[in-house]
Design a protein around this ligand. Structure first.
Ligand code: NAD
Length: 251
């Protein structure tokens, strides 16, 4: 039997900052026990401080999600400490703005691995237990780049975020009859460290003015959409990729 909404457990990858951090806080406020992943323990301090401050049950699950041994350790930790994961948010991703001919093989692999391989490895680790319990939610982080072309990232980023929509559909189709839903979210331009590392404030303001809702998105707004997809209310939603972009892309 599945647990009630207030007893659920969630793992959010790439939760040291930005959208991952906001999602961890939102799911914790909804009553989940949350495991937060990022590359190392130090990077997770800020998120853990916020979670502890709101009285959440929070667990640091550091590790590189592109490494199957480290993902296995994250799985063991979450299983031992949280008795498993009901909601997996495959959020971690990296971006560089390099043009196609500037992208090295190493950089291509890095961008693809964090988004696509990381989503594959984490999903593979946790989805079997979700299916056994007959309830699970997986939310994958795509982007407007996955449906159009990235505004600030290179071809590797657009390719990776398009692949995320593919893996979302394929896994959703295989696990739909087992009580596990799998969806993607496709944010436009959001005010996070990733964006600030890539473009300056003037460029960001120009992009913001070009959107029908003429501002950048805030991480908490994606977290709200993820929280809906993670809830019982979204039980008939699977294999979908949801735009959240201030009207920048209307399809
Ligand atoms: N900010 C935007 O405009 C925007 C738009 C669309 C999609 N996204 C996507 O949202 C997600 C979160 O991005 P953000 O804007 O919050 O950026 P961010 O840089 O603040 O967060 C990404 C996090 O992922 C972590 N990470 C990187 N490699 C990792 C690995 N191998 N293992 C574990 N963690 C790793 C980073 O350390 C970082 O904390 C990304 O997948 C990004 O592509 C962001």
């Amino acid at each position: 039997m599945s647990s009630s909404e207030s007893e659920r457990t969630a793992l959010i990858t790439g939760a040291a900052s930005g959208i991952g951090q906001a999602t961890a806080v939102r799911l914790a406020r909804d009553g989940c026990s949350v495991a937060v992943n990022d590359l190392n323990e130090d990077s997770l301090d800020a998120t853990l401080r916020i979670l502890n401050g709101i009285g959440a049950r929070a667990l640091a699950a550091p590790g590189d999600i592109t490494d199957s041994d480290q993902v296995a350790s994250i799985y063991e930790l979450c299983t031992a400490e949280l008795n498993g994961v009901d909601i997996l948010v495959n959020n971690a991703g990296v971006l560089t703005p390099n043009t196609f001919l500037e992208i090295s093989e190493e950089e291509w692999d890095w961008v693809m691995d964090v988004s696509v391989k990381g989503t594959f490895l984490c999903t593979r680790a946790f989805i079997g237990d979700m299916a056994t319990r007959g309830w699970g939610r997986i939310i994958n982080m795509s982007s407007t780049a996955g449906k159009n072309v990235s505004t600030i990232g290179g071809a590797h980023y657009t390719t990776a975020k398009t692949a995320i929509i593919g893996i979302t559909r394929a896994v959703a189709n295989e696990f739909a009859s087992l009580g596990v839903t799998v969806n993607a979210v496709c944010p436009g331009l959001f005010d996070t460290d990733m964006m600030r590392r890539t473009i300056d404030a003037e460029q960001a303001a120009r992009y913001a003015q070009s959107f029908p809702i003429s501002r950048l998105g805030q991480p908490e707004e994606v977290a709200d959409l993820i929280a809906f997809l993670a809830s019982d209310s979204a039980s008939y939603v699977t294999g979908a990729a949801f735009d959240i972009n201030g009207g920048d892309l209307m399809v």
